[in-house]
Each structure stands twice: as structure tokens, then as C-alpha cells.
Design a protein around this ligand. Structure first.
Ligand code: SF4
Length: 121
């Protein structure tokens, strides 16, 4: 089976063709112009991940929410559950960039961190 991908590891966006066995094993990767593309293709076909960006509620601040992101890639299959879990998270001002808002979200091993500040009201 063949899978056509667009590499998102850099802005060039190379078209990549991945040949997979019936069991989903990567047999070959073509079309990539560097090793990062090959690594992306392997990851996308065997354990796809995505970064998560969202907001969480903040109390005691002039802002109602603070933007957050995952500190690393999250398995694609857990992305929606993680986004839903963030709906129930409220942090207290002050918040600094890089503060861990949720440690090891849903057991993924990935922390959710603030990407902006929330000053005290
Ligand atoms: S294969 Fe390499 S050059 Fe092409 S988009 Fe991916 S990272 Fe960029």
C-alpha cells in the first residue's frame, strides 16, 4: 500500500511517498530531500503526533484566558481528549511564559505550558 504525504518538517513541503506493508510497516520512503523528511514519514505512518495549542481559564487577572501549548508532540489519537481536558483547567494569576499549566497531560508524558503572561488584576 502507498501513502502520499506532504512533509511539514520545514516550509518546503516536499511530497513524500511511503510504501507500507500489509501490517503497516514502512518499506520505503521516497520524495523527501533530507533525513528529516524520512523521519517525519516514519513517524506519520507509525505513530502520528501533533502539537496542541489552546487556552485555559485564568482567575485574578485582567485576561479571562491564557494561551497554552504542548511542550512536545502528542499522539494524534489523544489530541482531542487533551483539548477537552484543558476545558476544565483554571490557573491563577500571575502566569509566566513557560509555566507548566498541566503536567503529563492524560499520561502522555507531555506538559502543557503557558505561551503568554497573565498579570494580576
Ligand atoms: S523532506 Fe526535508 S526539505 Fe523536504 S519538506 Fe521535509 S524537512 Fe523540508
Amino acid at each position: 500500500m502507498k501513502r502520499e504525504l506532504v512533509c511539514v518538517a520545514c516550509p518546503l513541503g516536499c511530497g513524500i511517498t511511503v510504501e507500507l506493508s500489509d501490517s503497516g510497516e514502512v518499506l520505503s520512503v521516497t520524495g523527501n530531500t533530507c533525513k528529516r523528511g524520512e523521519a517525519y514519514a516514519h513517524s506519520e505512518c507509525t505513530n502520528p503526533t501533533r502539537s496542541l495549542t489552546s487556552t485555559v481559564k485564568v482567575t485574578g487577572s485582567t485576561l479571562p484566558v491564557v494561551p497554552v501549548k504542548s511542550a512536545g508532540p502528542i499522539p494524534k489519537g489523544k489530541l482531542i481528549d487533551c483539548a477537552v481536558a484543558l476545558r476544565d483547567v483554571t490557573v491563577k494569576a500571575p502566569v509566566k511564559i513557560g509555566d507548566v499549566v498541566v503536567k503529563d497531560i492524560l499520561g502522555t508524558g507531555v506538559d502543557i505550558v503557558a505561551t503568554n503572561i497573565a498579570e494580576v488584576k
